[in-house]
Design a protein around this ligand. Sequence first.
Ligand code: FAS
Ligand code: PHB
Length: 390
Amino acid sequence: MRTQVAIIGAGPAGLLLGQLLSRAGIDNVILERRSASYVLSRIRAGVLEQGMVDLLHEAGVGERLDREGLVHDGFALAFRGALHRVDLKELSGGKTVTIYGQTEVTHDLIDARQALGRPAIYEAEDVTLHDFNGASPRVTFRANGRTEELHCDFIAGCDGYHGVSRRSVPTDALHVFERVYPFGWLGLLVDRPPAAHELVYANHERGFALCSMRSAGRSRYYIQVPLAERVENWSDDAFFDELRRRLPAAVGDAVMTGPSLEKSIAPLRSFVAEPMRFGRLFLAGDAAHIVPPTGAKGLNLAASDVRYLFDALREHYRDRSDAGLDAYSARALARVWKAERFSWWMTNLLHRFPEKDGFGQRIQQAEFDYLTQSRAAGITIAENYVGLPY
Ligand code: FAS
Ligand code: PHB
């Protein structure tokens, strides 16, 4: 088999890159370890920056997003029972975010790829990257009981944090930066109207809570739990009781309970692998970096990586220039680190950390007071939340 770009991973990064390349006439093959139904069963992000919305339109998958996505002009922060609305639109000079689940983004991209007649190769086993430091990279894998060999010009490693791509790079060629947080997020999905019309991020002495949504009839809630916590320990009722304890009464009283459609615990970490390019292998999305979901940046960073990588690959094939490919890693990392900073800052602002003297909680209160009293502080949180320019 031969293609121009071999894409490892059919998550949002791989599918979005594949869609953009196909529409630009650049041949590509996507190899995915899991089944399409498994990929679609994962419940993850919910907030899209305008840059990602624009890119999905450019990829030709913006129609349902326009119809079903919820445009949000702001969100609320809750501290000690007080609610403070961050007016994103006013503070960012007119920018907004769109609520549209990652599952729906993935669905739309899978459907679009099917329509192109170039579906991803699912349940590809033992995907192995070869010779990406040379001029003729290739990927071997097993599918339908046969071993296949895919020759290509470039490999895009879009296979997430646990993928094979980053692990294929010699460890002495990688510089890894990591912070692991001493807690996780227990998330629950329920077919009930959301407790508030915008997102509510709550800092409470019992721990962080977040009220989000997927539509006017489907809500997504999270509560901070200890790292060792197990989802089996949480009945739906126990979850909703704890969620309500952590919210201001006006919000908690509006939480409508119902049977969970999904319930899972996600660990929180900040992680960056540098550089994001190794010869003809380019890492994009979670394969290269992870952010705690507090700032809603994970999925959106995958989009900006794809923007830069697609532009660079198109420039290579169309203009016979490798300037974009040579600049990719530095350009992507510049935006990645700003999102890492913001996600780290939001996580420190809103969660309960183990500490002895309460210094961290005083700093959190001072941050909240500063945010409510300073327009400059409001502009800072708003311009980062809506997404810094690509
Ligand atoms: P993904 O991990 O989505 O996709 C990688 C794909 O590669 C997967 O389908 C995987 O099966 C495949 N793969 C792995 N190894 C492979 C191999 N060897 N061969 C072939 N394929 C392979 N972000 C937010 O903004 N908000 C959130 O609330 C949020 N919640 C999250 C909860 C969890 C549990 C996780 C893990 C992430 C969450 N994220 C959230 C971040 C998430 O949305 C990611 O940023 C987003 O999925 C990134 O997309 P990809 O880079 O495509 O990686
Ligand atoms: C979500 O809806 O899943 C969500 C929203 C905002 C976040 C994290 C997750 O910061």
